[in-house]
Ligand binder design. Sequence first.
Ligand code: AVJ
Length: 326
Amino acid sequence: MPSSYDGDSTTTNTTMHQVLEGLQNSQGNKEIPFSLLYDKKGSELYEEITKLEEYYPFLAEDHMLELHVDEIAAQIPPHSVIVELGCGTARKTAKILSAIQACHGRCRYAGIDVSGPFLEEAYKNLMQNVDGLQHEDMDMVQADYMEGLKIVRERYPHENVCILWLGSSVGNLSASAAVQFFRDAVAAVGTHCQILLCADMWKDQERLRAAYYDKVGVTGLFIKNGMRNALALLGHEVSTKDEESWVYEVDINKHLHQVEMYLKFPTDLKLPQHRVHIRAGERVLVEISRKFTVGDFNHLANESGFVIDMAWRDQTWGMQMLIPFK
Ligand code: AVJ
């Protein structure tokens, strides 16, 4: 496999410092960084989530890509480099690359992920499923997003870069963090930067609750795994019994247009050496999933200096697919 691949560890770059910042907070909500959700176990659980009947975002995105992939390919200038953030095993990517290959006769691709094994699988998967893809047009970069974007820009100093950011992942970021993310992307790539992404739309509460508080309980396990990882970073190993005692709760926040995923602790958890004290009955916010109105997304684009080039909306699923550019 070509370039920048340097091993097999599934690590996140989340530091103990970031965890402490979120857990030492004694006034507002305690929280942990959502990146801790995606270690090996977490990625497996997320894959389970995507197979749940109630979890519509995965299907919705797949459906939209399927429908519009030729228009998308036409909207990406020839000679562009397609850079995928958090490509995982690139389950949805082949479709897009095939359309680009068919439309422009060539496709250059760089997959960025923190997980080496995923990159390896993504590479095999794409080489197998995309006709005409050339080995030398492929880069698999083991890095976090911004670091990866810089590496790709160095390799391709002049080309248009089209960032693929699938999985409605923009929803994980708060309004201000999302603006920062778009600005950072431009700082790393420069102009000639397009982003292809899906943003889940604000919709009726029952559908949201069903998608995030599933009947089987996988989502709860996924969230608990993130919390376990956070505490492990602080040197605290959680017993199965303790983990089972945490209560998974979902709030639908109408003001911020987001789903909030919490764990409620039934008993005190004290880590005095870290000045962390979670009180009995207190909740820790583990993940948010923002749901955008058209206005919400326009606002995000404006604030970060992006213009929305193309937008598709699917009314059945309540999903939008967009190509903002700078
Ligand atoms: C990976 C950001 C799309 O917000 O729907 C699924 C992950 N969390 N169930 C989402 C998730 C709980 C998720 N994204």
